[in-house]
Each structure stands twice: as structure tokens, then as C-alpha cells.
Design a protein around this ligand. Structure first.
Ligand code: SF4
Ligand code: SF4
Length: 191
């Protein structure tokens, strides 16, 4: 007797419990142009990554899990939010894969799909940064930090660093605007 399977029944489950999405690698490619299938797991990216020590999934593992369609786990990781976008991984990769762009695409997809963000304060910082650039055409550090602290409620983080910077005049009190900030605003809105 032939047994008919509906799409729910044939859905594969990843070793970590999420559903497998074979289209995830395609989604990444459409977002940033990077082909994750080029990765052959040499680990050079992780070896050079300055943020790997703080991540819950190492950068090369993010690549492997993306190849395997483990979208739920990748998008729920802290790694995609702790990536500093320094591009060391892209520079070291013998296969020419820009893992930094893959991380960025994962953040974009997570936000677009309204996923639970493991590092919500990083998202708040990104959001506030863009708001400041949109408003002034550049970042005014004091406004950025003030607004970020209001949103994250982490009022006393970095105070020890901030006070000497302020006393040395590294943090201007009055924001300066760039010419053509309307253009900058339009670019941000478009992207
Ligand atoms: S350096 Fe490149 S090929 Fe090697 S594991 Fe990282 S992404 Fe993959
Ligand atoms: S771009 Fe991100 S993943 Fe790549 S080396 Fe820098 S912090 Fe690590």
C-alpha cells in the first residue's frame, strides 16, 4: 500500500531540534550574494575572529549550519549579533567567502521575520546608530550613547571609559550636521 506524505510529515528536523530549511542558503545568496556552499570548513575564519570567544556558535560552524539549512538555530544564535563586521574572516578565507556578509544577512533576515533576537541590546544599538546618522548625517557620540542607555537601561556600562574621553574633549557636547544629510536619510530609508 502506498502511503502519501504531506509536507509536514516530510519536514526534516535538525540535530538541535529546529526544522531544516534547504532554501536558507539561497536566501543568504539572494540577500548578500555569498555562496555558503563554497566553504570547505578549514576554520581560518574562526581562528582569526576577534569576537569568536564570546559567540555561542563559532563562525565556521555558522557556515556549516547554513549549508545544512539549520535556519532556526543560526538565527537564534548570539553569534550573528556579536559579529563586529571587522571582515577579518573575509580576508582570511581561502575560498573567498565573505562570512561577514553572511552574518549581516542573517541579522537582516532575523529582523525581517520578527525572530526572537538573542542579543536585543545589539539590535537597539544598531537601530539607534542608524537613527543618529539619519538625523545628523553622522554620529554624535554623546547623543548615541545617551539614547542607547535609555533604551537598554544599561546606564552605568562604560562610564569608566566615557568620563576620561569626555574630559579630554573626545566627546563633543554639540552635535554637528553634515551637508546633504537629506541624501543620507534617503539612502538609509531606501536600504
Ligand atoms: S575560512 Fe572560509 S572556507 Fe574556511 S571555514 Fe571559514 S568560511 Fe569556510
Ligand atoms: S566579521 Fe564577524 S565573524 Fe568575521 S572575523 Fe569579524 S567579528 Fe568575526
Amino acid at each position: 500500500m502506498e502511503i502519501a506524505l504531506n509536507s509536514e510529515e516530510v519536514k526534516q528536523i535538525s540535530p538541535l531540534g529546529g526544522s531544516v530549511d534547504p532554501g536558507f542558503k539561497r536566501e543568504i545568496k539572494d540577500t548578500c550574494g555569498e555562496d555558503v556552499m563554497s566553504c570547505y570548513q578549514c576554520g581560518e575564519c574562526t581562528a582569526g575572529c576577534p569576537a569568536a570567544f564570546s559567540m555561542d556558535i563559532a563562525p565556521n560552524q555558522i557556515m556549516r549550519m547554513t549549508q545544512l539549512g539549520m535556519k532556526d538555530e543560526v538565527l537564534a544564535s548570539s553569534s550573528i549579533w556579536l559579529c563586529a563586521g571587522c571582515e577579518t574572516c573575509a580576508t582570511r578565507c581561502p575560498r573567498g567567502v565573505a562570512l561577514s556578509k553572511v552574518m549581516d544577512s542573517c541579522r537582516q533576515i532575523a529582523v525581517k521575520e520578527g525572530r526572537k533576537v538573542k542579543e536585543p541590546n545589539v539590535l537597539k544599538f544598531h537601530d539607534q546608530f542608524l537613527k543618529e546618522v539619519s538625523r545628523f548625517g553622522r554620529v554624535h557620540e554623546l547623543t548615541l550613547m545617551g539614547m542607547y542607555k535609555m533604551r537598554s537601561k544599561r546606564f552605568f556600562d562604560d562610564v569608566i571609559l566615557g568620563i576620561p574621553m569626555f574630559l579630554k574633549g573626545k566627546l563633543g557636547l554639540i552635535p554637528s550636521f553634515v551637508k546633504g544629510r537629506g541624501e543620507v536619510r534617503k539612502l538609509i530609508k531606501k536600504s
